[in-house]
Design a protein around this ligand. Structure first.
Ligand SMILES: Nc1ncnc2c1ncn2[C@@H]1O[C@H](COP(=O)(O)OP(=O)(O)OP(=O)(O)O)[C@@H](O)[C@H]1O
Ligand SMILES: [Mg+2]
Length: 573
């Protein structure tokens, strides 16, 4: 073989660079580099060892060996002896005879004889990725010139490896961010649904269904303690395996669910390992299943257990799964808490009303109402705060993370995917803001009734497409807080009814104080009230009005449509 000229050599280096730029598969690129190095130096054998995270050779690409020779050699070299020296010192090494060097550990059986040696670290930006090795120079020794040109080629190999790793990292990060964003968006939906559900069982069922969907599991169950009976009841079971799940009660003391409840800790038990479940009475029910459980803690005390079993893909539950179930458990806790405080206040107020039956009936009823409504307002304010702090804050930070990633990514496809995820998150933030405003409009507390009604009207208009014309008079912002809240809630319900029932196109909202009289109307041009229209919504409006010694009338204007009219005396007039 004729010795390559200087020009040939440079052409080889350029060719190797082009292979990298073409973005071929990493192994193909590295092979191109090794082959170029053997051609340039006319070595009989060449190899490139890539180091894994444990700093040992994880890939070994060779040239010059026949397939049979390679098969006979078997395993990858472990990186002892001279190869180990190169890995540790990361400096070029030229030897006349490998076996003369005292650091050589000799050749394994079936190894072809090798004498002259040139080793070159494959390194870039302070990281050693591997080494390029050449053996058997044509004239018995590798030259300085060989070393220089192989150094160039090793630099190229380093770039190829570095690119491949960066690309892999970026892909993984993008995928992780996308999944996190997806879960957040789904969680926001779940939170909204749970907050709007007043029936506790229905709310828990919702949480369980969301858990089945988000975790992709075969079963989610909610176990609730009955302390008097000393048992835990499975009140809710959802998912494809729910039908065959045994929901009969288990003893509080020595069951798995009971123990999670009493201990108040999260746990992951892979029941596919027969010994994992110990001696629980309920062990049979969970045996053979991978199970994670989260206590639903209300205040300080565990009020239920949320339990998920068996991922659809058959994999074991991860820490992320457990965390997600934990978040869902806080939703369940919010539902339990709200339902309990409402029930308590209602019971208390009803008892009070019964006790006072002999006294002025109207006053007792008003007290009942006042307490229930007050509790409702307090709960809503607390939930609004919770949502604002946890969900909205979290989503905003996801949004920023996605923006940053999007800017950093080079790949258009991934950028498009990320931007889609980012839009989903933006929409979710909007939803959460609306939800917070529904629960407790901050502007009502901060600026008073006028601005709060303005904002309510524009939100309803934006969401429904209705044309809304508010006409608001002076003095509304000086009303007593309980009056302002009552009016706000009445208008909110009246508008929600228009959107849901009226089939209207235009809506007028007026509020004015005239001669000591506050008059508020919500009027639409829809199909009008049917006779006997009355549900929880209208009943609530009447209650709110009564509480501030005002009244609500449902009117059918001569020109059609429906009108809700609220009025009350606010001064001597
Ligand atoms: N603006 C309106 N135009 C036509 N019909 C209405 C209007 N507002 C209320 N209704 C009728 O009155 C009924 C009772 O309303 P109400 O607000 O009490 O209950 P709801 O809206 O059905 O349920 P919710 O308890 O969620 O408010 C409605 O179902 C609807 O048939
Ligand atoms: Mg209604």
């Amino acid at each position: 073989m004729a010795a390559p000229t200087e020009q040939d050599k440079l052409a080889e280096v350029v060719e190797a660079g082009t292979a990298i730029a073409r973005g071929l598969d990493l192994d193909d690129t590295l092979r191109a580099v090794v082959e170029a190095a053997t051609r340039v130096t006319r070595a009989a054998y060449g190899a490139l060892g890539v180091l894994g995270p444990d700093h040992r050779i994880s890939r070994f690409i060779t040239t010059g060996l026949s397939n049979e020779q390679r098969e006979l050699l078997g395993e990858l070299p472990t990186g002892r002896g001279i190869l180990g020296v190169l890995i540790d010192e990361a400096r070029p090494l030229r030897l006349l005879d490998l076996s003369d060097d005292p650091r050589s550990s000799g050749f394994p059986p079936n190894h072809p004889p090798m004498h002259s040696f040139l080793g070159m670290p494959v390194a870039g930006r302070g990281t050693v990725y591997g080494n390029l090795y050449l053996t058997e120079a044509p004239d018995g020794a590798f030259t300085e010139e060989d070393e220089r040109i192989v150094g160039l080629l090793a630099g190229m190999a380093a770039v190829a490896i570095e690119n491949a790793r960066l690309y892999q990292d970026a892909t993984q990060q993008a995928e992780q961010a996308r999944r996190a964003a997806e879960a957040r968006v789904a969680l926001t939906g779940a939170a909204a649904a749970v907050l709007h559900e007043h029936d506790l069982m229905e709310a828990l069922r919702l949480v369980a269904r969301e858990a089945v969907r988000l975790l992709r599991v075969r079963l989610v169950a909610v176990a609730v303690p009955d302390e008097f009976a000393g048992v835990v009841r499975y009140d809710v079971a959802e998912g494809p395996a729910a039908e065959t799940f045994d929901t009969s009660s288990v003893p509080l003391g020595d069951s798995f669910a009971g123990s999670v409840l009493l201990a108040g800790v999260s746990i992951h038990v892979d029941g596919r390992d027969a010994s994992a479940l110990g001696n629980f009475v309920s062990a049979k029910r969970l045996a053979g299943h991978d199970v994670i459980a989260e206590p639903v803690v209300v205040g300080e005390e565990p009020a239920a257990v949320l339990l998920a079993a068996d991922r659809e893909d058959g994999e074991q539950f991860t820490v992320d799964d457990q965390e997600l179930l934990g978040v869902l458990a806080t939703f369940a806790a919010i539902a339990v808490h709200t339902s309990r405080s409402l029930a308590r206040e209602r019971a208390r107020a009803e008892a009070l009303a019964r006790l006072r039956q002999t006294q002025t009936d109207a006053e007792a009823r008003r007290e009942t109402l006042a307490r229930v409504i007050e509790t409702q307002e307090r709960e809503r304010r607390r939930l609004a705060q919770d949502l604002h702090d946890r969900t909205a804050g979290g989503l905003t930070s996801v949004l920023f993370a996605l923006r940053r990633l999007e800017r950093e990514l080079g790949d258009d496809d991934q950028r498009a995917q990320l931007s889609e995820a980012r839009e989903g998150v933006s929409a979710a933030i909007e939803d959460v803001r609306d939800l917070i405003a529904d629960l407790r409009p901050k502007v009502l507390d901060d600026f008073g009734l006028g601005p709060a009604l303005e904002r309510l009207c524009s939100t309803v208009a934006r969401r429904s497409g209705l044309v809304l014309r508010p006409e608001l008079g002076d003095g509304l912002d000086e009303l007593a807080p309980e009056v302002a809240t009552a009016v706000y809630r009445i208008v909110q319900e009246a508008l929600s009814n228009v959107v849901r029932h009226a089939e209207a196109g235009n809506v007028g909202v007026t509020a004015a104080i005239l001669g000591g009289q506050l008059v508020v109307t919500v009027e639409d041009d829809g199909r009008g009230f049917a006779p006997g229209s009355m549900g929880h919504g209208i009943e609530g409006m009447l209650d709110r009005a009564r509480m501030v010694a005002g009244r609500v009338d449902l009117e059918s204007p001569a020109g059609g449509g429906a009108r809700v009219r609220f009025e009350m005396q606010i001064g001597a007039g």
